[in-house]
Design a protein around this ligand. Structure first.
Ligand SMILES: Nc1ncnc2c1ncn2[C@@H]1O[C@H](COP(=O)(O)OP(=O)(O)OP(=O)(O)O)[C@@H](O)[C@H]1O
Length: 448
């Protein structure tokens, strides 16, 4: 008994789809009014829902579709929702799959493709029921501490990690955005004898200047207007374990002096208190800035740099280790084909060549997002160049001998990407494989 529900505001679409699908499924119900969705899902025991993204005339933001998708999955997290979208809505469909839809069908549709998609959505539903998933809306995590890398540069880094992980030496990780600094910091912690203790990640690029001190060292109640109760800082939370200070270059000068004192004395004093507390931490810092130049410009203290860089790990940009590109792409392909239940399982030879030539300004993060998107969009068993969007970007690396050239290219890319997403920072950052904060900083830096 396979039960389908089709929801669309266009009656012609409803009747045509029903006429075709009822030959293949036991029951096909149709509904024009989305307001009836909660009632129908609660009472209909549907296996698959084919859902339109827009119901209000002249509105095609897909916002309604996302809201209804959420409502449906709230009621029955195991239901398979397939989206019905117009040709221009592919971006939206990709986003919807990331938040829980199983697939999408483009309008006007081809009957064979519609049938195939509905059948595999039905199989996914059966698998989920077989696994007896809990009723909560579980999102499978794709996070993995597995680090891929067989280039000479990465092998050397792994060797260094083996040698230093178990010492308490301070480590500074340098590398462009998305090269894997966070992953390396976690690996060092996991391989250290502090592995059972906390790993505390503090992203100093995302904290406003006024909150730095309280974030790192904590505060006592009443220390400032918003300090309604005592709060431990990140150093205290990391006690016994590892503290990872990401984007260390962002620390303002006065706080650099305080941080240096903390590292020398191995104790912290909360804002508003005068009682220092001893701490036992392993310090790992990271930055994507040319930190040595910052010392020259006197915006980063030399004595602090020498304190944090006992061991330095330099992660090369992805374009400088092309032999890692395909293994990484295959690694992400495995993760996302499973996450999105897609039949794709390889990378075509033609695509492999293009991936290796591409510049990857956002490094591994950009590659990861590109593969995720391609897996969602792909139609066959092998990923093809058409599943990737290379055209708006630089395909061959320009000469990056001089920093200003790199910066010019970066600036142009940001302007282009922001235009593409009508100034939407979140979307543009996702496309470029940057965090929102990292993109904001660049927008400020280039005065865009
Ligand atoms: N060698 C690798 N193997 C597998 N995944 C990787 C590797 N390097 C990076 N990644 C993945 O790429 C993404 C970006 O990595 P990560 O956050 O560690 O970069 P980062 O250098 O800390 O970036 P940022 O400077 O923007 O904070 C993550 O999802 C991470 O899991």
């Amino acid at each position: 008994m396979s039960k389908l529900l089709i929801i669309d505001d266009d009656v012609d679409v409803l009747s045509a789809a029903k006429l075709f699908l009822k030959r293949h499924f036991s029951q096909v119900d149709i509904e024009k009014n989305p307001e009836r969705i909660p009632f129908l899902i609660n009472n209909g025991q549907y296996d698959v829902v084919l859902l339109d993204m827009n119901f209000t005339r002249d509105v095609n933001t897909g916002k309604e579709g996302f809201e209804w998708l959420d409502r449906i999955l709230d009621i029955d997290p195991n239901i398979s929702v397939v989206l019905f979208t117009a040709y221009g809505d592919v971006e939206m469909a990709v986003r919807a799959i990331k938040v829980g839809a199983v697939d999408f069908v483009l309008k006007p549709w081809e009957n064979t493709k519609l049938l195939e998609t509905m059948q595999s959505a039905y199989e996914i539903r059966q698998e989920k029921l077989g696994e007896k998933l809990p009723v909560t809306n579980t999102k499978k995590s794709t996070s993995s501490t597995q680090i891929i890398g067989s280039s000479q540069a990465m092998l050397k880094i792994f060797e260094t990690i083996e040698r230093v992980a178990n010492t308490d030496a301070n480590i500074l990780i340098l590398g462009e955005n998305g090269t894997g600094k966070d992953l390396i910091a976690r690996l060092i912690h996991e391989k250290s004898n502090r592995a059972e203790m906390p790993f505390v990640h503090s992203d100093l690029g995302a904290i406003s200047e006024t909150l730095f001190e309280s974030e790192l060292f904590g505060h006592v109640k009443g220390a400032f207007t918003d300090a309604r109760e005592d709060r431990a800082g990140r150093f205290e939370e990391a006690n016994g374990g590892t503290i990872f200070l990401d984007e260390i270059g962002n620390i303002p000068l006065p706080l650099q002096a305080k941080l240096l004192t903390v590292l020398q004395n191995r104790n912290v004093t909360k804002v508003g208190s005068n009682k220092p507390k001893n701490i036992d931490i392993r310090l790992i810092c990271a930055t994507n800035e040319p930190i040595y130049d910052r010392v020259g410009q006197r915006t980063f203290r030399q004595d602090l740099l020498y304190r944090i860089n006992t061991i330095e790990i330099k992660l090369p940009p992805l374009r400088e280790r092309p032999e890692d590109i395909i293994p990484l792409a295959e690694h992400f392909l495995k993760i996302y084909r499973k996450k999105y239940n897609r039949p794709v399982n390889s990378i075509s030879a033609n695509l492999a060549k293009q991936l290796q030539r591409y510049h990857w300004a956002g490094n591994v993060r950009e590659l990861q997002h590109a593969v995720e998107r391609a897996v969602i969009l792909s139609q066959g068993a092998a990923l093809q160049p058409e599943d990737f969007f290379f055209e708006a970007r630089q395909e061959t690396a320009p000469s990056f001998d001089q920093t200003y050239q790199l910066e010019e290219v970066e600036k142009m890319l940001i302007i282009k990407t922001l235009k593409k997403f009508n100034g939407n920072i979140t979307e543009a950052a996702r496309e470029m494989g940057l965090t929102r904060q990292a993109l904001y900083r660049r927008v400020e830096k280039y005065g865009i």
